[in-house]
Design a binder for this molecule. Structure first.
Ligand code: NAD
Length: 355
């Protein structure tokens, strides 16, 4: 198979972890007889320095002409004082919009070798964590009308949440389809006891569930979901929820696994195209030292193979290789604990061996 992959290396540790993932992808291509073509799409601080803007049109074109995008991370103190429209983070919002990505998939998985890194009680962690949170990404309260106005009590501020049936349906379908590829269990999280948007959300999810009889479907209120994530995370396979609830719950779920350096994510829309990135930022405090954990980006590359190119065996091979490297005791500084830490390069080489 010939796959075109756009690379947004970004800033800080972004270029270091993307290079590691590219090495793993190249080895995977050799092992399985594919050709992966990599195209550079500068964005973020690096693009501000080179072209004076965070998301050059040419980079958007390269991304649109590719089958998927692999992104490191953007941002850093160097660009923090720039005005809003010139900040590196603008590149992320711009890419999501230009590429019409409305669903954010955030897996949270606890590797048995790293169970002691979880803040959970050992018996709860041992039961396992392996879930994906599907977060609606382009609607809800983050995009609703907001403002300030005067009231009887003086100055007040307001934010509004609106969801259309069509927006709920497309994220619902994305979650049900994902559940069908996993353990066929879906929890939809809302606040239907209070919010009208949640009541519509629930109606649409119930309607969709009739088309997916094989998926075991449940509703859960968001306050209960926040609690269940720490009390019994093993019960979750796929969770689908709105933009704001997903923002909060996906960070909670990742904290359960012990290190943000380990976790991948993807943003997808209609069709197979997706943008894949680790959940961490550009980590300016460790950039250039060769000590960043490359696993989040390597697993993002695996997700890309599975979801954008339907290369399931290849994705599984990479995920297993990561598991093996951890089982053999290799640890970057962020997950080393009392062990000796290895460099980004050493961790990558070990993963390559197992691919
Ligand atoms: P961060 O995720 O970059 O770093 C938080 C802490 O985790 C730091 O101590 C860092 O060293 C550590 N860390 C992160 N990734 C690691 C890895 N792979 N290996 C080892 N340690 C790792 O978050 P921050 O410090 O809040 O943000 C730094 C910059 O990144 C900011 O400019 C922010 O805007 C940007 N950011 C970008 C994205 C993105 O591109 N999607 C996401 C979050 C933050």
């Amino acid at each position: 198979m010939h796959c075109k992959i756009a690379l947004v290396r970004g800033d800080g540790i972004g270029p270091e972890v993307v290079s590691a993932a590219v090495e793993v992808l190249e080895k995977t291509a050799r092992v399985f007889g594919h050709a992966f073509e990599f195209l550079e799409a500068p964005a973020g601080g690096a693009a501000i320095d080179a072209f004076g803007e965070p998301l050059p049109e040419e980079s958007v074109r390269v991304c649109k002409e590719s089958g998927s995008v692999l992104l490191g991370a953007v941002g850093g103190p160097k660009w923090d004082s720039l005005p809003g429209h010139l900040r590196p983070e603008r590149a992320l919002l711009g890419l999501r919009k230009e590429l019409k990505l409305y669903a954010n998939l955030r897996p949270a998985k606890l590797y048995p070798a790293l169970a002691s890194h979880s803040p959970l009680r050992p018996d709860i962690a041992r039961a396992g964590i392996d879930m994906v949170i599907v977060r609606e990404l382009t609607g809800g309260i983050y995009y609703g009308q907001r403002g300030r106005r005067s009231s009887d009590l003086g100055n007040e501020a307001f934010d509004t949440e609106a969801y259309s049936e069509a927006e709920i349906e497309r994220i619902g379908i994305c979650a049900f389809e994902l559940a069908m590829k996993r353990r066929k269990s879906l929890v939809s999280v809302d606040k239907a006891n209070v919010l009208e948007t949640s009541r519509l959300w629930r109606e649409v999810m119930h309607r969709l569930s009739e088309s997916y009889p094989e998926v075991e479907y449940r509703d859960m209120l968001v306050d209960n979901a926040a609690m269940q994530l720490v009390r019994r995370p093993a019960q979750f396979d796929v969770i689908v929820t709105s933009n704001m609830f997903g923002d909060i719950l996906s960070d909670e779920a990742s904290a359960l696994t012990g290190s943000i350096g380990l976790l991948p994510s993807s943003s997808v829309g209609d069709g197979a195209f997706g943008l894949y990135e680790p959940i961490h930022g550009s980590a300016p405090d460790i950039a250039g030292q060769g000590i960043a954990n490359p696993i989040g980006t390597i697993l993002s590359a695996a997700m890309m193979l599975r979801y954008s190119f339907s290369l399931n065996l290849e994705a599984q091979r990479i995920e297993d290789a990561v598991g093996e490297a951890l089982r053999h005791g290799l640890r970057t500084a962020d997950i080393a604990g009392h062990r000796t830490a290895v460099s980004t390069e050493k961790m990558t080489q070990k993963i390559l061996e197992f691919v």
